[in-house]
Design a protein around this ligand. Structure first.
Ligand code: UT7
Length: 334
């Protein structure tokens, strides 16, 4: 049977205009610019206005990806939204995006994989194109983490930001596009990064609100150790699966949580700094939006060219991880 290859044909992203600096945060919690920069590399982050929800910014990124792919919303067969901050438990954010952009023929659903969500979404979307069921799949990573961050908790509020990124998957030429991927999860340690209340385990009530259980709770050090371990392991494993060597990797777009995590993983992998994209200084951790926003910026900055082997690697709530190698299938002028 003919092997089908799937690539990215359009990409778009959006970050809100409203800027919060470390200095701003030092006025609301006991922190400092020095601590945040030294421990995380983050200098500022963007957050949405109160009236804006995840589907709003997801729809902007989606429209930009459609424009980039020279497609109409009606051409889209499937919409997958990866998010930890959906507009509602139901309907899915993907269905709201479908309505917003007018993708009338598309099927639509959300996936919940924390910060690994965008790479998971690419793998899910790839399967639909490979199977022949769909031609054009829109994959979106979008978050409004500012809505679930506890602005009284210095352990977490300095880390996160809002944003959205989207791309369109289609069949591409042979030996190009997605070459290999790996998805993983270890649910045993899920409680180290959790939004405790608001679901069926602890439905919203006066006590859950009083005890601030609707906000992100995180054991930072545990997540840090896990992240460094899996970034290295998942990268090595996907490089092997693609029958490549580390030297063949032209560019790494890692999940943007903490520059110390990226540096430690790069050191373990022995990958040179010039090949690694970092933009967390400007945006903080945008969870599932981090990788598509970074990928889009790297393309706009012409850091990626046709034929490059691009490695994506992410980790997040679950705990989950995901990695992928894409042999970049688009020329700049396409
Ligand atoms: O996408 C996945 C989501 N999460 C992550 O990737 C996060 C992974 N973890 C991390 O990035 C790091 O663990 C953090 C940045 C969250 C924390 O850095 P750390 O070097 O692991 O610090 P720590 O948690 O060990 O805390 C060190 C000290 C503590 O004080 P004591 O107990 O030593 O007196 C904290 O209370 O730093 C204190 N601290 C702060 N101080 C000033 C924690 N947050 C802050 C803050 N400003 N914002």
């Amino acid at each position: 049977m003919e092997k089908i290859y799937v690539g990215i044909f359009g990409i778009g992203s959006y970050v809100p205009e409203k800027l919060i600096t470390n200095e701003d945060l030092s006025k609301i919690v006991d922190t400092s610019n020095e601590w945040i920069v030294e421990r995380t590399g983050i200098q500022e982050r963007r957050i949405v206005d109160e009236s804006i929800a995840t589907s709003d910014i997801a729809s902007i990124a989606a429209k930009r990806a459609l424009e980039d792919a020279k497609l109409k919303a009606e051409d889209i067969d499937l919409i997958i939204v990866a998010t930890a901050t959906p507009d509602h438990s139901f309907p899915s954010t993907a269905c709201i995006v479908q309505k917003n952009i007018g993708a009338t023929k598309a099927a639509a659903f959300d996936i919940s994989v924390g910060c690994s969500g965008f790479v998971y979404g690419l793998v899910v979307g790839e399967q639909f194109v490979k199977s022949g069921l769909y031609e054009n799949v829109l994959v979106i990573g979008a978050e409004t983490l500012s809505k679930i961050v506890d602005w009284q908790d210095r352990n977490t509020c300095v880390l996160f930001g809002d944003g959205a990124g989207a791309c369109i998957l289609e069949k591409c030429e042979e030996n190009m596009g997605i070459l290999a991927s790996e998805l993983g999860s270890d649910g045993r340690n899920g409680s180290v990064l959790i939004q405790p209340a608001g679901g069926s385990r602890q439905p919203a009530n006066e006590d859950t609100v009083k005890n601030r259980l609707h906000f992100i709770r995180m054991e930072g050090r545990e997540v840090f150790k896990f992240a460094v371990r899996v970034m290295d392991k998942a990268s090595q494993s996907v490089i092997d699966k693609a029958n490549l060597k580390l030297e063949d990797i032209d560019f790494l777009v890692p999940h943007q949580a903490n520059v110390r995590i990226i540096d430690a993983a790069a050191k373990k992998l022995n990958l040179e700094q010039g090949k690694i994209y970092v933009n967390l200084n400007k945006y903080g951790n945008m969870s599932s939006a981090s990788i598509p926003v970074a990928l889009n910026e790297a393309i706009e900055e012409k850091r990626i060219k046709k034929g490059d082997n691009v490695l994506l690697v992410a980790f997040g709530a679950g705990l989950t991880w995901a990695s992928m190698i894409i042999k970049w299938n688009r020329r700049e002028e396409d």
